[in-house]
Design a protein around this ligand. Sequence first.
Ligand code: SF4
Ligand code: SF4
Length: 303
Amino acid sequence: MGCNLEATIFNIGRCSLHDGNGLRTVVYFKGCSMRCLWCHNPESWNKKPELLFYPNKCIGCGRCAANCVYGVHYGEGEHLLDRSKCIACGKCAELCPSGALELCGRSMRPDEIMQEILKDRHFYERSGGGVTFSGGECLLWPEFLKELMEACRKENINIAVETALNVSWENVLMASKYADSFFCDIKHSDSNIHKRLTGAGNDLILDNLRKLSHIHDDIIVRVPLIPGANDDDDVLADIARIVNELEGVRGVELLKYNNLALGKGKALDKNMRSYGEPQTEEVMEAKREVIFSVLNKDKVVIC
Ligand code: SF4
Ligand code: SF4
């Protein structure tokens, strides 16, 4: 496996039950081409490693300021950061005694990630699981991902790809040659509203999804359900009608809102918007029913 390729990875999750069949190892790539107002992982937006700072955990010991030669940490009475000077070396996070600093993302080679994936091989064999490439947007790293997926294929490891599809068709086509299954988002049926909510219209996304659905037959469309933003019954019915036209899409999964992003956004000096509390199970069931009532009977609503 070539060693000159590197990608920024911000997490490798183990034994996930929510990202494909069986137990999954989930590799989270940093970098995203969208800016969803509710994003659960704002630390994934930037392709480069970044420093998170949780002021409520800071005990004011001063170790970070004393050891950062770039002068990022400053302030009298209030702990401030000049992020423009930070090279994300991670030294201050290593020294912080209270967990107030955290470096998000590190450069990894494909062979390093394969080593991690292979550690979980016995889980895949027992559960019918495999690896899921996610993000951020994993398809923003096409050469790297191709190398990694070829290595997984050689090891006979099942591959799932989670993508927002807001990338060039060439990248999607490349992934379609290796992936066993896809999880693709539709966040709104109306392109103008989609752009207001995510920073990108949905034309490229739907175009990619249509093309993919002609050449791949294991695609699940995911809709992150955001209170007041895209959860109207009319919008959900429109999404179900779009899915009905897509041959390779097996079904639709609605994802419950969570507001975990608020704390992470603050730690990155990003203002994330709150959409209230997560939906109750009753609300989720009612929304699934809307999708079910419109969806062709050869497609499923995933609970
Ligand atoms: S990550 Fe490195 S450059 Fe950035 S603040 Fe910490 S010590 Fe300074
Ligand atoms: S090292 Fe950690 S606890 Fe100490 S001042 Fe810096 S952020 Fe606060």
